[in-house]
Design a protein around this ligand. Structure first.
Ligand code: AMP
Length: 189
């Protein structure tokens, strides 16, 4: 199983991703988590990514694509993986297609969680109070939503045009959304 999970910031991707990878015993690849860890460890990747992340901007494609290229060949990806937060631009989606061709693999599901903007802002502000993520302040959230609309929505269209997009309602309890995802993934639509 090789899944891409798409959706705006605050749609519940991270929470749902953790549940899905446990259920299917596949690797969880969150580009945001990898870069937050790199920042915490003060690695070169961390210092390259930090200023973009703090502003709610996307980290440049070349950096993120290299990161994914290295990650997809790790042994734990052999049984499958879920990409959470990647691809976020059409260039990343195209690069992913090429990487997968080289690995003789293809995506099995592209799932998008849809949630309206006002609910998103509310959810992210709450997450900022609880988890203390530095990019969860109101100004940065607004920019992240703008960046999503400008740069990541075309990725949704990219997969929709390939007729492989599963668009799901992201509203409801964690369990309700999880059940929707599992049913759709199992049904292959
Ligand atoms: P996330 O944890 O997925 O919400 O990502 C947090 C931040 O990390 C984003 O606002 C971006 O600055 C950066 N980021 C994560 N994934 C990507 C990606 N695929 N491309 C560019 N920037 C990314």
């Amino acid at each position: 199983m090789r899944i891409v999970l798409l959706g705006p910031p605050g749609a519940g991707k991270g929470t749902q991703a953790k549940l899905i990878v446990t259920q299917f015993k596949i690797a969880h690849i969150s580009t945001g988590d990898i870069m937050r860890e790199a920042i915490a460890k003060s690695t070169p990747l961390g210092s390259q990514a930090k200023s973009f992340m703090d502003k709610g901007e996307l980290v440049p494609d070349s950096i993120v694509i290299d990161l994914i290229k290295d990650r997809l060949v790790q042994p734990d990806c052999a049984m499958g993986f879920l990409l959470d937060g990647f691809p976020r631009t059409v260039a990343q989606a195209e690069a992913l297609d090429k990487l997968l061709v080289n690995l003789n693999k293809s995506l099995t599901h592209v799932v998008k969680l849809s949630v309206s903007d006002d609910v998103l802002v509310d959810r992210i502000l709450r997450r900022g109070t609880i988890g203390g993520r530095s990019d969860d302040s109101l100004a940065v959230i607004k920019n992240r939503l703008k960046v999503y609309n400008d740069q990541t929505k075309p990725v949704v269209d990219y997969y929709d045009n390939k007729r492989c997009l599963i668009d799901l309602n992201g509203l409801g309890t964690v369990e309700e959304v999880q059940a929707r995802i599992l049913a759709a993934v199992k049904a292959g639509r």
